[in-house]
Design a protein around this ligand. Sequence first.
Ligand code: M6R
Length: 612
Amino acid sequence: MCGIVAYTGQREAYPVILKGLKRLEYRGYDSAGVALSEGIGLSVYKKKGKVSQLEESLIGKQLNALSGIGHTRWATHGEPSDRNAHPHRSSNGKLALVHNGIIENYASLKRELVNKGYSFESDTDTEVLLKFIEDIFNHQSESLEEAVRIALRRVVGAYVIILLNEDEPGTLIAARKGSPLVIGIGKGEHFLASDASPIIEYTKEVVYINDYEIAIVKPEELILKNLGNDKVTPFITQLDMELAAIEKGGYTHFMLKEIFEQPTTVFDCLRGRLDAKEGTITMGGVDPHLDKLTNANRIIMLACGTSWHAGLVAEYVFEELCRIPVEVEYASEFRYRNPVIKEGDIIMAISQSGETADTLVAMDMAKKQGAFLFGVVNVVGSSISRMSHAGTYTHAGPEIGVASTKAFTAQLTVLMMIAMKVAYAKGTIDQKRYLHLIRELDSVPGKIEVILETNEQLKKIAERYKDARDFLYLGRGYNFPIALEGALKLKEISYIHAEGYPAAEMKHGPIALVEEKLPVVFVATKDAYHDKIISNAQEIKARKGKVLAVISEGDDAFASLADETLPVPVADELIAPLLTVIPLQLLAYYIGNAKGLDVDKPRNLAKSVTVE
Ligand code: M6R
């Protein structure tokens, strides 16, 4: 979490940094700030709240600087406030620092510094790190770069830092461990940011900085070194991203735009891979490792949040089609227990951002125990994609709304294709079913378009239920993880308490909640459990609960029980999750919107969870 941007070159730095911060605001929006190398020295401006509040506070100010650093914060140490906002300044005022991550041993470092007479203005670990660097610079090293290197060898935790020094106005010193940093290379200028979105309109040439690397960045020069002071050759890659992909394009929110993009993103995900006419699935990232996958004793899905829900759907699909045992693990739990990892186990790490700290650390742990890591990632060049032995991108394009929508359906699409490929290679699926599933997957983009046409109807349903205090979401089989995902979407966006459960589990506790004001959302398309879930809906009706039902078009039996229906086109039960999640995304969006909430930036959340 936290977004950082920096610039050094011939342009006015402030507008570049401000625009970049707005693009990175999805990473945190508790406070924002900039430090600029102005003629008079270093100036630091910071403000609690969103980037627009910082911008307003600076209207009318002459901010002439050709280099600077900026930060948008997701608070970890210390409440959101002006005081705790970044950049922080050194005691002598000459250095300014922005930081993304957590310095775990900040308390002991702080004690050392307090004993030496340092005082602190904020509650942050960042100020401690800065003053630690300052102290080393003043007493132990000849250069700031060397001081940073010495300091980072003592630091435990994750960080990306960028330092600005009043005495060397055009030079930025950046370093990374565990949090992302990308540097854009322009002509006589450099752009630094947490992801490529602030950079894309200036240059497509970028360098992704690796863990334990330090970058010394000047307008004309980029020097990369490791913590041992050896030079590292920067590996320049071309960005494959267009500016339009990170703009709202006429939609009121990114979340709505991203929901409506799904016919295209699922299509893009299938394109060049699934050939319905030929009946083939070709996946560059999977084909060379097909043997490993077909011979796997077990697959462990590692993920968090929405990506974990994608893993749950994949568990059902892989076990059904491939007959390989699958475990789905919260990365945050997996990393702290002592899991049994055996030779032949495959870790599938699922992540939109590719930067989730818990997933990264869990992968690293499994790697050390000999597991084969396969990444299913959306952001190209991200840390998870680089840590994986093999993997595949989901090609959903940049997802800016904090609530994940199009990345989820892209994850499902990729995971389903992999399962179908593996099953076919293993011989655990017959040709007829394989070809049927290929055709079904191929028809998903068109079917999502049909669902999106029910948009207005969903808006009205949202209006009717927006004041509910709680929601219950129920599903069975392939649709059970979709019930969890529907509940997560609603609570993230509307702050309404929502629980997802397997429908039959309801009788073991949650049924106590049912009364006439409780909306119960059934995810109940026609599948092997349909009669069972109809009985579950009867049980809710008998207790006067309100039934909202995502059902297959033409399912009159369920429709007659429901207070509201959210129909989706008929699909194979295995493919259905790709459809049933769409009305639930829209329902959450419209309820959040009807309550007047900022759905793209829900309170307390951040898009990329780079702290544990
Ligand atoms: O980037 P990742 O997929 O690894 O992120 C995992 C979760 O933080 C993420 O899915 C989160 O739950 C979303 N806000 C859900 O909408």
